[in-house]
Design a protein around this ligand. Structure first.
Ligand code: GRG
Length: 295
């Protein structure tokens, strides 16, 4: 396992098998709901959060079948957030991953329900981790509710909606992204480590700092791509931040300073991982991918 492509496909194969097993078959009276949940989970996401979850587990003690279940829960929360983010009441987007968004492919009510269904299935999955010590299960549920909910990602979305149309200062932009994008990235890294049952407080502290650095770098790169890439490359509308009057790292700092800020955060994230040795190589490779990706 060496190139980032190999690392991500190795982890994706495991999380995809788990998602396939967990998601209800698209049959029966709730068929449109199940079809919409499957559509949104299996329509070409990069599986970055699952990869971070696996790589954090590998950096601590090694990933296993429980890691795949935790990673699947994280990807379901991510998929739900994208479905709801694309709705007319939020960003009103027609295109996601190069395909019609969930509410365009199905309808708005089904898309709302698909997001709801994915969110609760994620927590059900965690509660059913019967091979883990119950205190670890509670820690996993608590971490995902805190960082995925109204202290994390959901608050970030609310801050973003409230700020649309107004110009944000850099510090306010950082707070918004630390919640909206960074919190679930932090959850992915922490939950991978927690699920091993072997992470020390020192390791968890370092992994949290690592996740915060790459979470911000991820968002800066996202803003750069929104300016530099094509709609085809992105699989979503290019330039949508400017169209939606959103403050971004590139609108505040300009392209060059945004690039150097992402590079600085990457360097910081590498320093933080110094004590982990070569077991953290997949985590290092994913961090490098985050700041160099072109989609
Ligand atoms: C609606 C509760 C709620 C939250 C939405 C994550 C989010 C909050 C909105 C997504 C909007 C957006 C485009 C944010 C920028 C960063 C981001 C999360 C991009 C999508 O993540 P990728 O690139 O997606 O990992 P793929 O498609 O690869 O899974």
């Amino acid at each position: 396992m060496s190139s980032i492509k190999d690392i991500i496909s190795h982890y994706s194969a495991q999380v995809d098998a788990q998602l396939e097993a967990m998601l209800p078959a698209a049959t029966g009276p709730a068929e449109p709901l199940f079809a919409a949940m499957r559509y949104s989970v299996f329509n070409g996401g990069k599986r970055l959060r699952p990869a971070l979850c696996f790589a954090a587990a590998d950096a601590v003690a090694g990933s296993d079948a429980n890691t795949a279940k935790v990673a699947a829960a994280l990807e379901m929360i991510h998929a739900y957030s994208l479905i709801h983010d694309d709705l007319p009441a939020m960003d009103d987007d027609d295109l996601r991953r190069g395909k019609p968004t969930c509410h365009i492919q199905f309808d708005e009510a089904t898309a709302i329900l698909a997001g709801d269904g994915l969110q609760s299935l994620a927590f059900q999955q965690l509660c059913e981790l019967s091979e883990l010590d119950p205190t670890i299960v509670v820690e996993l549920v608590s971490t995902l509710s805190r960082l995925g909910g109204c202290s994390g990602m959901v608050a970030g979305q609310a801050i973003d909606l409230a700020a649309t149309g107004s110009v944000l200062e850099l510090d306010a932009l950082k707070v918004m992204h630390a919640h909206k994008t960074g919190a679930l990235i932090e959850a992915s890294v922490l939950m991978g480590a927690l699920a091993t049952g072997q992470a020390s407080q020192e390791q968890l502290g370092a992994l949290k700092d690592f996740a915060r650095a790459i979470g911000l770098a991820f968002q800066i790169q996202d803003d750069i791509l929104d300016v530099e890439s094509s709609t085809e490359q992105l699989g979503k509308q290019q330039g949508s931040d400017a169209t939606n009057l959103k403050s971004t790292y590139t609108s505040i700092l300009g392209l060059e300073r945004a690039r150097s800020e992402a590079a600085k955060l990457f360097d910081q994230s590498m320093e933080i991982l110094e004590n982990f040795g070569e077991k953290a190589d997949p985590l290092r490779a994913i961090a490098a991918f985050i700041v160099k990706r072109n989609h």
